[in-house]
Write a protein that binds this ligand. Structure first.
Ligand code: ADP
Ligand code: ASP
Ligand code: MG
Length: 404
């Protein structure tokens, strides 16, 4: 019998009606003759609510206790979904990440899966039950409860699909697939029927939160094809797999947006070997996740270095730069929270010149100033003012004729 892993995101189980609708969906998949293992997220905005609650109670918020708190959201979901399945006559059993054998490292709030010991899930499947596993959680090598980070339920689903050697991994969400842009910003965005892991990695890394980046990395590394689809309909969604169809595909697949980073500038650094090395080693030592880096042309032997970091790493990175700056002969440190990144992703751009030129011309026509640029072989990103992000996304979507 085929085995399907089905993951349902927060909106898909946001209220009792949606929870029952998901149970119906699972029951129907079973009637069609497949075995099902389920991964479910916390209901609606529950994860945000728990994070907010913690910030009202505590300033220190120790990681171990944060993980115990946040994973409670998914724990509620698995229990309720199993009850709804029982009402439909479907035998199901709920599992926390720990019970499901998801072993992680000890990095609280952003733990990585090291291993999946899936024997309890296999046993449940052998007994004809639907195992329902709490997403985004596991147990650490120190035997503490861990949270895999925002969007971590996607990773749980992929890891289980790999461990159980499932025939399919379906990610159900509130949109019917991966679109040429976030449909919330571009209402006439088009659903993409197929994407390679490489394209999806770039989309996830640059703000397309429909699949969490780590889940796509895991899927690529373990060759788990993904099907992103709507939990509200049965229509086919987007297939993401190793197939590279770039020869036949459009040059650009998607425009992405990301307003979650901030920019730090360290002015007047000496322009000599070892300065950037010391600055970014100091950032790395504090686990600051540096993204784009630009070093200006040197005048009088000094240069400015600007880089982007996730908003949550901003305070740490400023502190590191202020402490280290004078030691390495640097000047003023400044921060800018009002930046955003707009990116074009497409495997076809490898073989088509002129994509960058058209991107920059389009932004220029809209009066959008480009502050930083970075590229990979299948992506171009520009840092712009956050207030102009939506204009930038819409104009690029139109210029590259991506609409449906
Ligand atoms: P879930 O709770 O199911 O995990 P998420 O909110 O994490 O759902 O992801 C789905 C959301 O991703 C959509 O509602 C959509 O606004 C957003 N999104 C951003 N970029 C894209 C894109 N290119 N295609 C589809 N959805 C996108
Ligand atoms: N509920 C968690 C979050 O909102 C994990 C997940 O749904 O993937 O990030
Ligand atoms: Mg998600």
């Amino acid at each position: 019998m085929n085995l399907v892993v089905q993951k349902f995101g927060g909106t898909s189980v946001a209220d009792p009606d949606r929870m029952r609708a998901v149970a119906d969906h699972i029951a129907r998949t079973r009637r069609q003759g497949a075995n099902v293992a389920v991964v479910v997220s916390a209901m609606g905005k529950e994860t945000d609510d728990l994070l907010h609650l913690a910030s009202q109670v505590s300033k220190t918020r120790p990681g171990r206790e944060m993980d115990m708190l946040i994973t409670a959201g998914e724990r509620k979901s698995v229990a309720l979904l199993c009850m709804a399945l029982a009402d439909l006559g479907v035998a199901a059993a709920s599992f926390t990440g720990s019970q499901a054998g998801i072993i992680t490292d000890t990095a609280h709030q952003n733990a990585k899966i090291l291993e999946v010991r899936a024997d309890r899930l296999r046993q449940a499947l052998d007994e004809g039950k639907v195992p329902v596993v709490g997403g985004a959680q596991g147990v650490s090598t120190d035997r503490d409860v861990t949270f895999l980070g925002r969007g971590g339920s996607d990773t749980t689903a992929v890891a289980l699909a790999a461990a159980l050697k499932a025939d399919a991994c379906e990610i159900y969400t509130d949109v019917s697939g991966v679109f040429t842009a976030d449909p919330r910003i571009v209402p006439n965005a088009r659903k993409l029927l197929h994407l390679s892991f490489e394209e999806m990695l770039e989309i996830s890394a640059t703000g397309g939160r429909v699949l969490a980046l780590r889940s796509v990395e895991f899927a690529r590394n373990h060759d788990v094809p993904l099907h992103v689809r709507s939990s509200f309909t049965w229509e086919l969604g987007t297939m993401v797999d190793k197939e590279d169809l770039s020869m036949e595909q459009a040059i650009i697949s998607a425009v992405t947006d990301d307003a979650s980073e901030a920019k730090v500038t360290v002015a007047a650094l000496p322009d000599r070997p070892g300065i950037a090395a010391r600055l970014f080693r100091a950032m790395a030592d504090q686990s600051v996740n540096v993204d784009m880096i630009v070093q200006n042309v040197s005048h009088d032997g000094t240069t400015d270095i600007s880089f982007t970091v996730p908003m949550e790493d901003l305070d740490t990175s400023i502190e590191v730069a202020r402490v280290l700056g004078p030691e390495i002969g640097g000047g003023e440190v400044s921060a800018d929270r009002d930046i955003a990144r707009v990116s074009l992703v497409g495997a076809g751009m490898k073989t088509h010149p002129g994509v960058a030129a058209t991107m920059f011309e389009t932004l220029a026509r809209e009066g959008v100033n480009i502050e930083m640029i970075s590229t990979s072989s299948i992506r171009i990103s520009c840092i712009v003012r956050e207030a102009q992000l939506e204009t930038a996304v819409r104009s690029l979507h139109e210029a590259f004729k991506l609409e449906g």
